[in-house]
Design a binder for this molecule. Structure first.
Ligand code: FAD
Ligand code: NDP
Length: 317
């Protein structure tokens, strides 16, 4: 075990982690950041490394490629004094302070920890999915829906929750039509979101329907095969875009239940802060945000977490 006791260890490498690192470094806390090594199947840099152009992160009037944005954030963290380890944190012992952070056979100690490990959109693993992911397929309509490839095309959304309804409503602005594939005969979404869908004449719903395969022309997705799970009837739908909205999995399993989460695993933060139920442990970004899940909101909460960690450390001296 390292004999040093860190002021703050940051776990994660998306916008939340790097914004926390920038603030913590400027506060002279000399943060140690674990960026992960393909943690949860995502490269260091987080979800934005899996996308192309990001048009809604302020400061880039022409847009910026997701991987480049994360590269710039990482450089900024390093320039200001963040030390980065390309390791995945396996567990954290929060039973006493300093906390013990374990990665492989190494152990590190820290007076405070910021959890910024993000969330992973669930995927279905359909035949053809690997070929057409980000080539007409996405799990984030708000991120990708405005791209030119989706303009005036028939679009398909899978899911029946609030996200699916929100995504269908958003996509209706760009596509020629939107078809929602709902696996039951009712929506899970709130009544208000349901109304938005029912009132939109560009949106139709195929009930009791599952997608079974995605098809394309080798470059882009062009069709989705579907099956009615009651009648067994199969159809092939023309589709310029397919959007999954079947929920996210927050990356909190490695915390082994020490931090309070909701029933789906999102960390519960207290009031308007990033404080968790464990004093000295803060959570930022998608791992604690089931509603907005955007780069800029992740960055904002990363800033909050660093400021709150700094205050915590000052008060516990
Ligand atoms: P993440 O970006 O999820 O990063 C968390 C990182 O922590 C990951 O790299 C993960 O591997 C790592 N990690 C996980 N567990 C561990 C561990 N135990 N140890 C070490 N590291 C770990 N938002 C926008 O605002 N605009 C967009 O255009 C946009 N486009 C998107 C396109 C796609 C395809 C996707 C999937 C999302 C998009 N988003 C967009 C959403 C945005 O990417 C997220 O809101 C944002 O990245 C969340 O940041 P985060 O810092 O919370 O975590
Ligand atoms: P939910 O878990 O609420 O909904 C997931 C949807 O996907 C359900 O309809 C579910 O079907 C369906 N689904 C899950 N797995 C599959 C599968 N394998 N095949 C086909 N369909 C599947 O997730 P959301 O992301 O929609 O919402 C998460 C939370 O965020 C909720 O609390 C929601 O209220 C909130 N939210 C609120 C918003 C708002 O108020 N504006 C916007 C977005 C999210 P089934 O119903 O059969 O289980």
């Amino acid at each position: 075990m390292s004999t040093d006791i860190e002021h703050v260890i940051i776990v994660g490498s998306g916008p939340a982690a790097h914004t926390a690192a920038v603030y913590a470094a400027r506060a002279e806390l000399s943060p140690l950041l674990f960026e992960g090594f393909m943690a949860g199947g995502v490269a260091a840099g987080g979800q934005l490394t899996t996308t192309t152009e990001v048009e809604n992160y302020p400061g880039f009037p022409e847009g910026i490629m997701g991987p480049e944005l994360m590269d710039q954030m990482r450089k900024q963290s390093v320039r200001l004094g963040t030390r980065i380890k390309t390791e995945t944190v396996d567990s954290i012992d929060m039973s006493q302070r300093p906390f013990v952070v374990r990665s492989g056979s190494s152990e590190y100690r820290a007076e405070s920890v910021i959890i910024a490990t993000g969330a992973t959109a669930k995927r279905l693993g359909l035949p053809g999915e690997e070929d057409y992911w980000q080539r007409g397929m996405s799990a984030c309509a708000v991120c990708d829906g405005a791209l030119p490839i989706f303009r005036d095309k028939p679009l398909v959304v899978i899911g029946g929750g609030d996200s699916a309804c929100e995504e269908a409503s958003y996509l209706a602005k760009f596509g020629s039509s939107v078809t929602m594939l709902v696996r039951r005969d009712e929506l899970r979404a709130s009544k208000a979101m349901q109304k938005r869908v029912f009132d939109n004449e560009k949106i139709s719903i195929m009930w009791n329907t599952n997608a079974t395969e995605v098809l394309g022309d080798g470059k882009l997705l062009t069709q989705v095969k579907v099956r009615n799970n009651k009648s067994g009837e199969e159809q092939v739908l023309d589709a310029g875009g397919l959007f999954y909205a079947i929920g996210h999995t927050p990356n909190t399993a490695f915390l082994n239940g020490q931090v309070e989460t909701d029933e789906t695993g999102y960390i519960i933060t207290h009031g308007k802060s990033t404080a968790t139920n464990v004093p000295g442990v803060f959570a930022a970004g998608d791992v604690q945000d089931r509603t907005y899940r955007q780069a800029v909101t992740a960055a904002g909460s990363g800033c909050m977490a660093a400021l709150e960690a700094e205050k915590f450390l000052a008060e516990s001296e």
